[in-house]
Design a protein around this ligand. Structure first.
Ligand code: GNR
Ligand code: NI
Length: 180
């Protein structure tokens, strides 16, 4: 297993659109395990492949308090959205920034598991919000895109300044508190 570096806004690679996963092999299984390890270590409740610079339609989530209920979604598609929910979101690719975002409260998703088997699930609560946040990453979209351009520019300048002060070291230590 290995930790993978997480790209940070405004890195243009976060704008890449992911392409479908077609090979359900050992290499995919290792990527999933590395993404789960990276998500738990960060710590975060979700991670999209885009954030670790792998531009494939794949994401992992664990919203459990016990951090022992991993979910893997490969080639996810939302079949139905219902209701509206506003949640204060954070993102491992936009560290230390928390803002309210409005999303569907419930979603029906179709996806594949690590073996390639297709399944459908109804999600609500944080799991539904997190799935939508992760699926945005696969489309090259970030939660700050829902904010005003003024706010987004402020966030960009703040993160660029912090990065300069850290000396532009891609992985200088910075452990955030678990973002929920
Ligand atoms: O850890 C995370 N917390 C979170 C909180 C509210 C809504 C979405 C998220 S996802 C985020 C991890 C992350 O950046 N995933 O892409
Ligand atoms: Ni994110």
């Amino acid at each position: 297993m290995a930790l993978m570096p997480i790209l940070e806004f405004p890195d243009s690679r976060l704008r890449t659109r992911a392409v479908p996963v077609t090979q359900f092999d050992r290499q995919l299984s290792k990527l999933i395990d590395d993404m789960l390890e990276t998500m738990y270590a960060a710590p975060g409740i979700g991670l999209a492949a885009t954030q670790v610079n792998v531009h494939r339609c794949l994401l992992v989530i664990d919203v459990s308090d016990t951090r022992d209920q991993p979910h893997v979604f490969i080639n996810p598609q939302i079949l139905q959205r219902d209701g509206v929910e506003v949640t204060e979101e954070g993102c491992l690719s936009v560290p230390q920034v928390f803002e309210e975002v409005q999303r569907a409260a419930r979603v029906r998703v179709r996806a594949q598991d690590r073996k390639g088997t297709t399944f459908e699930r109804d999600l609500d609560g944080l799991l539904a919000v997190c799935l939508q946040h992760e699926m945005d990453h696969l489309d090259g979209k970030l939660f700050v895109d829902y904010l005003s351009s003024l706010k987004r520019d402020r966030i960009r300048r703040k993160l660029e300044k912090e990065r300069r002060e850290r000396g532009n070291v891609a992985d200088a230590p910075r452990r955030a508190a678990l973002v929920i």
